[in-house]
Structures are given as structure tokens and as C-alpha cells.
Design a protein around this ligand. Structure first.
Ligand SMILES: Nc1nc2c(ncn2[C@@H]2O[C@H](COP(=O)(O)OP(=O)(O)OP(=O)(O)O)[C@@H](O)[C@H]2O)c(=O)[nH]1
Ligand SMILES: [Mg+2]
Length: 570
């Protein structure tokens, strides 16, 4: 399924002595178009399948994010992306019934019910007549079995949310450190999704592709138990061993990276500062696309890569700047977070995220134009807690609401829209936007709807700075509950086990500073606040050191009586 996963497994295979051909790992079907020999020439075109959510606002935000994710998958060449994000056409997409709603559970075999599976197939066929789709992206977390069954049903590679995010990390990683970590994440993801499939030559094997019925991810069904079990189990073990061997190799390499980073950090702290200060590091964190890189670039007068595609930054960067007091500090620009951030990524990117944990001060950049801003803030805090940032640092964190220039624009637009609607209630924004984005037009959508008569399915035109619009007529309002129940809908699992209450206590009621990283508004204020917080910290630290030194002195300096007793003994 995933191109990088297949490369990973292929390389792990090569590290072993050549196994019998029957044990070869099935290369997963590629997300990338088969027409192009070099996948970097043609980023894959994905059909986005978005399960419905109870709240319209959340649905709009999630669909928008899913479309951005789908368009963000592109390999870097020489450190650059070769297509402009805004030149990319909007990926085709469908809204379907959410199997988790109404208290139901998603099906174990296909996630969606049979009606929805057929509807998506039908829609895929319609879109495919235009030669538009390489793979299907389902914006949910799927098991290996569900992925394989969907691939069989739709005849296309299928990727879920976790898989796509990991794939994007792999595509965007440029430095050795980021590549190692992204590969490790891909391996961990892969390991939990080995399934039994029918490979070429009619043999059952464990891998990420194949045609036949998935029997079990645990290798049951081969007969017998333990060593006496069937051949399938042995193959699964073999696959797992290969994955484990590669994993161990990657972990060793990443450990080297961590050690190097730790030495560099210690060196910076000891020697880097000026005027008696240690060189403090300020880590800039936040949801992906919040404007972290743009902000760091502007604060440090540098030129970090920033882009509307998600996870534009996977390779962390440090840049220095002078605060208003003249004190020199380092700003660390790092990977952005996202809701349902794959746990494999958090674990694999430990070395990179350690910079955040070890930073002297955190600046949390929030995209103030995001309709689900609170969800973004909570997600970031959850991840920070997950990676082990101390409560003290979280409480001392500066929250910056960025893109206030766009916020104003949005407000202007809203005003304009209201006036427009009043003037002409029949005007339809979707139609206009569809022309611009080159996606399915309303009429075409209508035709497809007649083709696909079962289930809920929908097409919308714009996503770049807009969301779904009010006329979302296919929505069954009866399915929806009050907005208060929305937060735990998409992220049920992530909210459940994390300290939501603790997060509520940490979250400031509003921003400390409002900025526009593009126009420079609020940046001076931010620098002053950073300066103030760091000098406060220094004072606290100095106090602590004085106490420590006194203790140290008392402990080790021998008293007069001790001296004399030693003299006597001598
Ligand atoms: N209007 C406006 N756009 C901004 C502002 N800051 C950043 N952007 C835009 O937002 C997009 C994302 O910016 P980045 O700096 O790449 O965001 P990021 O948080 O580093 O994103 P990742 O690295 O992908 O996590 C880019 O297109 C920026 O031009 C701002 O203050 N105003
Ligand atoms: Mg960035």
C-alpha cells in the first residue's frame, strides 16, 4: 500500500541472507500512479472519503484538513517541492455516513457498511472515468484487515489517516535524522498491519497486499498451536522478524542522533550565551500549518521553508536572534502536530521532539483563523504532555494567535457574504468556486448522485480558504446532537485517556500575544515577552543555584573540628 513502507520492507529483506522465494514480502500496492516511472514526477491523486460528523463546523474543518492532507503528499527534490500547493486541483471527495455515529461500531471487516462501500465504489468509478484517481484516502483510522478488504472492494490502494500522515512525513523528510525517524514510524505502523493475503502463485503470505481473504493478523487458521501451527504463522513470524531487525537498526542509528543532539545542546548551554547568560532555546510548537516556520523566519531574519501544505517542516531547524535586551537566543522550528497524530510518529520522532522537551521556553503558535481552534489548542497540549513536557513549562508557555491579518480578511469576507446573501438569496458560492478549482461541477455531481443511489454521498467545490457551505442538504439533521458532544466525536480515543481536565487548567483563556507572522504585527511584543519570561526564569535559576552552592559548600568544606580531628589522626 505505502510506497515507502514497501521500500522499507524491501531494504530490510536485503539485509537478510536471501530467503526462499516463497517467503518474499509482497510489495504493497503503490499510492503513486503507475504511469510515471519516477513517483516524484507525479504526486498521487487521491479520492478523499470523509465520514460525516455531528457538528457541521467540525465536519467542515475536518474535510478541509483531509483535502489538504491529500494534496500535501509529495516528495521533496533537492529540498524543494516542485509543485505549488495552490496550483494543485482540489482532490475529488465524498462525504459518507459515519459508522461510529448513532452508537454503532464500525464493521470489523470493511469499517463502513456494505451500502457505503458500494457507494464509494460507484463514486470512484465515476471519478475514474476522468483518470483522476491513484488511491483512496479514508479519513479515519483503519485496521490492516479493513484496509485490505476495502482495497479488494474498490480495486485501488487504500490509505487511512495514520498511514497518510506517516507517508507525508516520509515524503517530506530530508535530513538523515528525519528520514530515519519517518522510516521507523512507517515500520511500526506496518508491523501492526501485517495481514494474511493470497500472493502470486496462489500462496498465502503475510504482507500489505494481495487478493485473497484476510484470515488473521495473528496468524490463526494455519492449524495447530505454537511450533506446530501452520505455515502461515511461520511466515508472519518471519515478516515480524524482518521488521524487528530493521527497527533495531533504525533505533541504534536514532540513538546516535539523540546522543549527538544532547552533546550539542549541552555545548550550547555552556558556551553559547553572552553577558553571563546561558544560550536559551525557545521551541516554537503548534498545530501543523499554524505559521511556525513563517514566525521563526521573521523573528530571526532567516528564510525557513514555509508552505500551505501540511507538515512542510519535518526537519527541525535552529535559528538565532537577539531579544530587545540584546540577549541572544535560539529559536527551534519543529514538526507540527495534528489531531490523531499517529502514536508511531510521536514515538519515532523522539529525538526531534526532545528539543521541545529540553527547551527553556515554549511558544505555542495557534492559527487564529482555524474554525476548530480549540481542538487545535487541546491537541497540541495533549501531544506536549505525551512527549513529557513538564507542567511548569506548559504553564509558562506563551500562546500566540497568529494570522490575525487573515482573521480580519475572513471577517470582511463574512460581512460581504452576509450582504450578498441578503441581496440575492439564490446566489450559490459552490458553483463559482468549482470553476476556479476545476473540480466536479454541480451538474456533474448531480449526475453522479443519480448513479449512486444508495447511502449519503456528496461533492463540494472549494477548500482552500473556505469550508463546506450551509446548503449541506444531504445531512440527516436527526443524526446530529448538540455541539457540546462534538469534541469527543472524532477524537474519542485521544480524548479519553489524556488528561483533558489538566489541559483545561493549563490552557490560557486567550492569547498572550496576537501576531501576523507575514506582516510583522505583534512580533516586537512577542520578543519582549520572551525576553521577560527568560529573565524571570534566570532569576529563579540563580536563586536555586545559590541554595545549591550553599548546600554543596556546607557538605564538602571540612569544619575546624573536623580539620583538627584529621590532624590528630594523622
Ligand atoms: N495570512 C497569513 N498567513 C500566514 C501567516 N503566517 C503563516 N502564514 C501562511 O500559512 C502557511 C503555513 O505557514 P508555515 O509557516 O509553513 O506553517 P507551519 O506551522 O510551519 O506548518 P508546518 O511546518 O507544516 O507544520 C503558509 O502559506 C504561510 O504563508 C500569517 O500571519 N498570516
Ligand atoms: Mg513549518
Amino acid at each position: 500500500m505505502l510506497r515507502n513502507l514497501s521500500a522499507t520492507l524491501e531494504s530490510s529483506r536485503k539485509t537478510l541472507s536471501s530467503p526462499p522465494s516463497k517467503w518474499r514480502i509482497q510489495p504493497p500496492p503503490s499510492l503513486y500512479s503507475t504511469a510515471s516511472s519516477d513517483p516524484r514526477d507525479a504526486p498521487p491523486k487521491l479520492l478523499v472519503v470523509q465520514p460525516r460528523l455531528r457538528s457541521e463546523k467540525l465536519l467542515q474543518a475536518k474535510l478541509n484538513e483531509a483535502l489538504c492532507l491529500a494534496n500535501s503528499l509529495e516528495d521533496q527534490r533537492d529540498g524543494y517541492f516542485h509543485t505549488d500547493f495552490f496550483d494543485k486541483p482540489l482532490p475529488p471527495h465524498v462525504l459518507v455516513q459515519n459508522p461510529s455515529l448513532k452508537g454503532h461500531k464500525p464493521r470489523a471487516d470493511t469499517y463502513f457498511g456494505p451500502g457505503t462501500v458500494d457507494t464509494i465504489k460507484c463514486h470512484l468509478n465515476a471519478v475514474e472515468t476522468k483518470g483522476e484517481v491513484d488511491a483512496v484516502f479514508v479519513n479515519a483510522t483503519l485496521s490492516g484487515i479493513q484496509l485490505r478488504n476495502m482495497e479488494r472492494a474498490w480495486g485501488k490502494p487504500v490509505v487511512d489517516r495514520v498511514g497518510l500522515i506517516i507517508e507525508i512525513f516520509n515524503a517530506h523528510a530530508y535530513t538523515k535524522e528525519a528520514r530515519l525517524q519517518a522510516e521507523l514510524a512507517a515500520l511500526s505502523y506496518k508491523k501492526s498491519r501485517l495481514v494474511r493475503v493470497l500472493g502470486p502463485g496462489g500462496r498465502y503470505t503475510f504482507g500489505a497486499s494481495g487478493e485473497a481473504e484476510v484470515v488473521s493478523a495473528r496468524g490463526r487458521g494455519g492449524g495447530g498451536q505454537g511450533f506446530m501451527s501452520g505455515a502461515g504463522e511461520t511466515e508472519l513470524q518471519l515478516q515480524r522478524r524482518r521488521v524487528l531487525e530493521r527497527r533495531n537498526y533504525l533505533l541504534t542509528q536514532i540513538d546516535e542522533v539523540r546522543r549527538t543532539r544532547a552533546v550539542q545542546r549541552a555545548g550550547r548551554k555552556r558556551h553559547g550565551g553572552s553577558a553571563g547568560h546561558r544560550l536559551a532555546t525557545v521551541a516554537v510548537v503548534g498545530y501543523t500549518n499554524a505559521g511556525k516556520s513563517t514566525l521563526v523566519s521573521n523573528l530571526t531574519d532567516s528564510d525557513l521553508y514555509s508552505d500551505c501544505r501540511l507538515f512542510a517542516t519535518v526537519d527541525p531547524r535552529l535559528r538565532s536572534a537577539a531579544l530587545p535586551s540584546g540577549r541572544k537566543v535560539l529559536f527551534s522550528d519543529t514538526v507540527g502536530f495534528i489531531s490523531d497524530l499517529p502514536v508511531q510518529l510521536v514515538e519515532a520522532f523522539h529525538a526531534t521532539l526532545e528539543e521541545v522537551v529540553e527547551a527553556d521556553l515554549l511558544v505555542h503558535v495557534v492559527d487564529s483563523t482555524a474554525p476548530n481552534l480549540d481542538e487545535h489548542r487541546t491537541t497540541v497540549l495533549q501531544v506536549l504532555q505525551q512527549i513529557g513536557v513538564s507542567q511548569e513549562k506548559l504553564q509558562n508557555m506563551i500562546e500566540v494567535w497568529n494570522k490575525i491579518d487573515a482573521e480580519e480578511e475572513c471577517m470582511d469576507d463574512d460581512q460581504y457574504l452576509d450582504e450578498d446573501e441578503e441581496a440575492d438569496e439564490t446566489s450559490n458560492l459552490d458553483g463559482e468556486e468549482d470553476v476556479n478549482t476545476g473540480t466536479l461541477m454541480e451538474t456533474e455531481v448531480a449526475n453522479e448522485k443519480s448513479l449512486c443511489d444508495s447511502d449519503v454521498i456528496e461533492e463540494k467545490g472549494d477548500y482552500s480558504d473556505g469550508w463546506l457551505y450551509e446548503d449541506d442538504t444531504m445531512v440527516d439533521e436527526g443524526d446530529f446532537c448538540s455541539p457540546s458532544s462534538v469534541a469527543d466525536e472524532q477524537n474519542e480515543s485521544s480524548n479519553k485517556d489524556n488528561g483533558v481536565e489538566i489541559i483545561g487548567a493549563i490552557l490560557p483563556s486567550g492569547p498572550h500575544v496576537k501576531t501576523s507572522a507575514i506582516t510583522g504585527v505583534g512580533l516586537q511584543e512577542l520578543m519582549e515577552l520572551i525576553d521577560k519570561k527568560l529573565s524571570e526564569q534566570d532569576k529563579k535559576l540563580k536563586g536555586a543555584q545559590v541554595v545549591e552552592r550553599n548546600v554543596f559548600d556546607r557538605k564538602w568544606r571540612p569544619s575546624h573540628t573536623q580539620d583538627s580531628s584529621i590532624a590528630v589522626e594523622n
